[in-house]
Design a protein around this ligand. Sequence first.
Ligand code: AMP
Ligand code: GLY
Length: 417
Amino acid sequence: MRVLVIGSGAREHALCVALQSDPAVTALACAPGNAGTVTLAQAFPLDVADPVAVSALATEWQADLVVIGPEVPLVAGAADAVREAGIACFGPSAQAAQIEGSKAFAKHVMTAAGVPTAGFWAVGGPAELETALDEAGAPYVVKDDGLAAGKGVLVTTDRAAAVAHGKAVLDAGHSVLIEEFLDGPEVSLFALSDGTTVVPLLPAQDHKRRDDGDGGPNTGGMGAYAPLPWAPAGLVEEVRATVLQPTIDEMARRGEPFSGLLYAGLALTSRGVRVVEFNARFGDPETQVVLPLLETPLAGLLNAAATGTLADQPPLRWRDGAAVTVVVAADGYPERPRLGDPITGADGEGVLHAGTAVGADGQVHSAGGRVLSVTAVGADLAAARQTVYERLASVRLAGAHWRTDIGLAAVEGRITV
Ligand code: AMP
Ligand code: GLY
């Protein structure tokens, strides 16, 4: 099987690592890729936001399966274009990707499917904004309705800041969603689907804030671990039955079947499981910890999701132990990341590349806000954490910062449900 991965982050590097170890894969490409993916997959320049360019590359390279990493090409219709070219594609149609592309759409699907989520107010103008904030009460949750790479959300008790963020989103021409505040620990649960069958993967936890102790602004994700030693027994089955399967069924009922990866961002609140958001793709950085624990060959699974045959797959096999990943961010991330700095030590074991490129001088340098995702697997979470932070010690990038507490609260038993 010739597999083409679309994207250029650490998620795509992790996908390439897992796909390369599947004996069914005879050739691997990753477009546009980064300085890490080029070591194991052919690279091609590509504007991922251009569906015609994605399908043309898939056709020229004679791909048997295209795996689309990021949300932008999905929302733009890349999976539709690839399928129209007669090539199997792992990733939902543009219409189905609206479950991530529009938070309001996702809320309508959840309401119709009876899926538990935060109460919400859709806001189209400044007057409605004040009314919605009054009704919701503090802490305020103010969201950009469109794609914002995890950075369009403000959670605050400061009314003036909530109003300012809402107005900034409205001024940018987007609508705003005000939500009921959800307490409790967050869980990311991924599920493969072929439009009918749902196969959940292992639950993981992201760390979205920039700084240790969950301080600083929201980011695209600063680190993750899996599985969750504190998760209640039966959580995955409960979420499959009450969230994932009803959502997949509702999408099919609407004539917009969802095939690909359905990512449920959940809060385990005092009143039960609630969906915070859906994404239409593998999460980053959670993929970097879920895939190293998966023993079932990945290409066969993704191909089964793409071709409607997931129900024929045997149960997934997972290795024992735990995985941790820590994101190395550029100076100034998330507001104004500084790019173009040389990186050394980025070729060690477990080092996945995100925003990196090879310069004219042949050296690896930073080319994005999240630069690396350093990953380790261990017998348990504490062991994986120890190894990952040892590995980080050999990375050199001027001004780089990373969290030192990824998975720490779980190791110390400080997460209660
Ligand atoms: P989202 O882009 O919807 O995933 O939101 C990003 C982050 O903001 C989430 O991971 C949560 O940490 C936080 N968040 C989003 N919605 C809520 C909510 N309703 N209540 C509390 N925190 C939230
Ligand atoms: N881990 C957050 C995301 O992928 O959206």
